[in-house]
Design a protein around this ligand. Sequence first.
Ligand SMILES: O=C(O)CCC(=O)C(=O)O
Ligand SMILES: [Fe+2]
Length: 320
Amino acid sequence: MSSQSLPLPVLDFSKFKSNPAVFIDQIKEALCSTGFFYLKNHDVPKEAIQQLFQRSKEFFQLELEVKSEMPITPSNEGYTGPGVEILDPKLGLDSKEAFNFKFNPQAGPPKLPAALAKQEDELVEFYKTCHSQCLEILRALAMTLEIPEKEGGANHFTDKHDINQKSGSVLRMLHYFPLTEAVNEDIRAGAHTDYGSLTLLFQNGISGLQILNRAAKGESDEWLDAPCLEDAIIVNIGDLMQFWTNGLFKSTKHRVVFHPEQKQSSRYSIAFFCHPNDSVSLDPISSPLIVNIHEKPQINAAMHLEQRLQATYGNYEKAI
Ligand SMILES: O=C(O)CCC(=O)C(=O)O
Ligand SMILES: [Fe+2]
């Protein structure tokens, strides 16, 4: 696939080290327009991604009783089965299942069902790698925003995303079911924005992600296909980054659809949702690029996440 036909820019993370001024300009451009970009030459090893996709397939092939040994908790850890999540209330239930894994070095060993116990080290390693990749991107964002030194400068966001603090960060393995008559016509995950600061999305050969075209002027929504690009991950910002930048950086709606030729296939993806420490406020930050601040949200990161999760798990009692 040529990058001309892609709806998102392809950024090369190695440039952040070799030519940071160019990289931070590109990241600004991407975040002020769609809030999404592909990232190649990133720090998450290819083998680790392939291995986690393999683990994910093995896990989701298990019997429902085995997979649901650890049903999703109010702190957003564990398994959600079919018929639980609603990302877009207009559409109803998403045709997927997922397993959420959280890790905080200060909180002791992570919680895992027996079926994943042997994979603890791999999951912890993957989580830590994703977290530190996010810190690097957050450093680039702080540089782009020219945050003053007295507000932490390039470390402004990294200080707010301490892996040792309680946060909503979560590593999520997703499995979308092949189409059967029982599921929504062609939407696998309803339109939504992400709830946190930053998301890393790993796809595995089967595309389906679509991003709302913000430039379209028509009455109805227009969606852009964001196909899988070999060796690149998709990075997007979530609502919190939009709050902090007073709307300068865009948290854009996206969804997952069935393409006709893929209706009979399962689709697997992995997302790392990076969230700040629970107590971090959502007030716009100090930056010469952020102006005309009218409203300040009166909530912190933990309160915001709770509100969003309650809406998503409208059917929550079915999950437990
Ligand atoms: O599975 C995908 O490709 C996207 C998933 C997603 O957007 C989400 O879970 O927030
Ligand atoms: Fe999402």
